[in-house]
Design a binder for this molecule. Structure first.
Ligand code: NAP
Length: 254
C-alpha cells in the first residue's frame, strides 16, 4: 500500500459517519471542504445563503455516494446564526469557513462594511462555537477548524479590517483551545494563501501578482485547502490543538 493510500484509509476511518457543519459551503473553499469530508464518509451540513448553489453542492455529493443536506443561513443576521446553531447543534466537526473579504483604504471603509466583515468573520463563528463546542465536549470531543488568511499575519494594504477579523479568529482559536481543549475539543486554523475561487476571481490581476509572490509560485486549488482542513478534522491530527496551519505555498514563511 502506498503512503497516500494508507493516509486516505486513515482519514476514512476517523471521519466515517462523523457529522460536519461547513459554513460557506455553497462556493469555493467551503464547497471543496464539504466535498472532501463527504468523500471520507462524513455526513455534511452545507450552509450558505444561496439555496440553489447549496442544493447543487448537495446533489454533487450525493451523486458521488456521499451524504449531505443544505441549511440556508445568512451569517450577517444574528437570528440566523442562532437558528443554524440550534439546527446543527450536534455535529462532530465545525468548519468556520464563510467569510467576507471587503477591501479598500482604511479611510474609505464604511462603518457598515466594517460591521459586516466582523459579523460574518468573527461574531458568527464565535456564537456557532459557543453553541456547538460545549455539546461536542459533552459527547466526548470534536474538532473545530476556522479558515483564516495570510493577511492575518502579514500586513497587506487595503485589507486592514479583513486581516484584523481573521487575526481575531486566530486569537479565539487559542482561547478556545485553553477553554475546550481539556474537554476533548480540538480547535485549529487553516490559513490559506491565494486560492482560485469565485471570490478571488473578482480580484483580477491582483490575484496573479499575489500568487506569483509565494514560494510555490502559484495559487492554490480549493481542494488543496480542503485537504488541510480534513487532516485537522481527523484523528490523524489528534495531538494538534490551537495551531494555525498555513496553506499558503510558503508566503508567511518568507
Ligand atoms: P467564496 O467562493 O466567495 O465563498 C464564500 C462563501 O461564504 C460562500 O459559500 C458564501 O455563501 C459564504 N458567505 C459569504 N457571506 C455570507 C453570509 N453573510 N452568510 C452566510 N454565508 C456567507 O470565497 P472563498 O474564496 O472560498 O473564501 C472562503 C474562505 O476562505 C473565506 O473565509 C475567505 O476569507 C478565506 N480565504 C480565501 C482565500 C482565497 O484566495 N480565495 C485566501 C485566504 C482566505 P453564499 O454566497 O451562499 O451566501
Amino acid at each position: 500500500m502506498t503512503l497516500q493510500a494508507s493516509l486516505q484509509d486513515a482519514l476514512q476511518d476517523t471521519l466515517q459517519d462523523k457529522t460536519a457543519l461547513v459554513t460557506g459551503a455553497t462556493s469555493g473553499i467551503g464547497r471543496a471542504v464539504a466535498q472532501r469530508l463527504a468523500r471520507h464518509g462524513a455526513r455534511v451540513i452545507v450552509t450558505g445563503r444561496d439555496k440553489q448553489r447549496g442544493e447543487e453542492v448537495v446533489a454533487g455529493i450525493e451523486a458521488e455516494g456521499g451524504r449531505a443536506r443544505f441549511l440556508a443561513a445568512d451569517l450577517a443576521d444574528f437570528d440566523d446564526v442562532r437558528r443554524l446553531a440550534g439546527e446543527a447543534a450536534d455535529v462532530d466537526i465545525l468548519v468556520n469557513n464563510a467569510g467576507v473579504a471587503l477591501g479598500g483604504p482604511t479611510e474609505q471603509t464604511a462603518q457598515e462594511d466594517f460591521d459586516l466583515v466582523f459579523a460574518v468573520n468573527v461574531k458568527a463563528p464565535f456564537y456557532l462555537t459557543a453553541a456547538i463546542a460545549p455539546r461536542m465536549a459533552a459527547r466526548g470531543g470534536g474538532a473545530i477548524i476556522s479558515i483564516s488568511t495570510m493577511a492575518a499575519t502579514i500586513g497587506m494594504s487595503g485589507l486592514a479590517a479583513y486581516g484584523a477579523s481573521k487575526a481575531a479568529i486566530e486569537a479565539l482559536t487559542r482561547s478556545w483551545t485553553a477553554e475546550f481543549g481539556p474537554r476533548g475539543v480540538r480547535v485549529n486554523v487553516v490559513a490559506p494563501g491565494p486560492t482560485r475561487t469565485p471570490a478571488s476571481a473578482a480580484m483580477g490581476e491582483m490575484f496573479d501578482t499575489l500568487a506569483a509572490a509565494v514560494p510555490a509560485q502559484r495559487g492554490a486549488d480549493p481542494d488543496e485547502i480542503a485537504a488541510a482542513v480534513c487532516f485537522l478534522a481527523s484523528d490523524e491530527a489528534g495531538f494538534i490543538y490551537g495551531a494555525v496551519l498555513p496553506a499558503d505555498g510558503g508566503r508567511v514563511a518568507i
